[in-house]
Design a protein around this ligand. Structure first.
Ligand SMILES: [Zn+2]
Length: 252
């Protein structure tokens, strides 16, 4: 899954010491296929906050301006499930239009050039690009990054579908062996290639999620957070989809 930055009306204004209650369905986004005990801890960075209401005009799309992020960790909540919980059908894919298909085809073509360039770049070993997106070099870690980029490059089975999810570039089901990438609302306004958060780069991000390609997760999103992850937790950077996307996009 790759999200776009939020729009202004995605924000909820919470005053100091204020509170808000929201119901969420954990099984729609986490794997509860095995019955048993789960410990749930909410752990997040508050990425956008302002110290006065006047500063609200800086939003949306000014993420990263208010670093350091504010870390929030909840108490642990214990849940016991009796049976396998399947996610609700929350997706509404539709067949892509001819215009959408043509944009996807261009993006797929650029993606192939981009990942080839990334493959050359990772084969330079301990480079400044490597350090920027995957952190401190070790041979063992390089092997992980190199294998992943090689697997994305070598992948030939890809299908595409369209969905209208707001604020989402694209998503996949990691276990899906047909490698279907669902392109969503934010995908259409992204540049094809050149710079960050492009269509071609999004396809690399999504391909990296498939279990039989790299099996990456989304530990953090965005350029600033991905760079920071490389600097502070290289092992996690090598398991983070955006880090592969950005490493590849800067080779374009
Ligand atoms: Zn993702």
């Amino acid at each position: 899954m790759k999200y776009s930055l939020p729009f202004l009306d995605d924000y909820v204004l919470l005053s100091a010491n204020g509170s808000i209650t929201v119901d969420v369905s954990l099984k729609d986004v986490y794997d509860f296929s095995l019955p048993g005990k789960y410990d749930v801890v909410f752990e997040a960075d508050i990425m956008d906050y302002v110290v006065s209401q006047n500063m609200l005009s800086l939003f949306p799309r000014n993420r990263g301006a208010f670093t350091p992020y504010l870390g929030v960790v909840s108490n642990s909540l214990q849940i016991t499930t009796q049976e396998s919980l399947a996610p609700e059908a929350m997706k509404a894919p539709y067949p892509c239009s001819s215009q959408e298909t043509s944009q996807i085809n261009s993006a797929a073509s650029s993606q192939r050039s981009m990942i080839s360039a990334a493959f050359s770049a990772i084969n330079q070993g301990d480079s400044s690009y490597y350090k920027e997106w995957f952190g401190a070099y070790t041979d063992a870690r390089w092997n992980i990054g190199s294998s992943c980029i090689s697997a994305i490059r070598g992948n030939s089975v890809v299908r595409y579908a369209c969905d209208d999810q707001r604020g989402v570039y694209a998503y996949v089901y990691p276990a899906d062996s047909s490698h279907t990438i669902y392109c969503c609302e934010a995908f259409w306004t992204a540049p094809n290639a050149g710079g960050f958060d492009t269509k071609a780069g999004t396809l690399i991000h999504e391909l990296s999620h498939f279990n039989n390609i790299c099996g990456t997760d989304d530990w953090v999103y965005g350029v600033a957070a991905a760079r920071n992850l490389a600097a502070t937790n290289p092992n996690r950077a090598l398991d983070n989809a955006d880090n592969y996307e950005y490493f590849s996009e800067v080779q374009w």
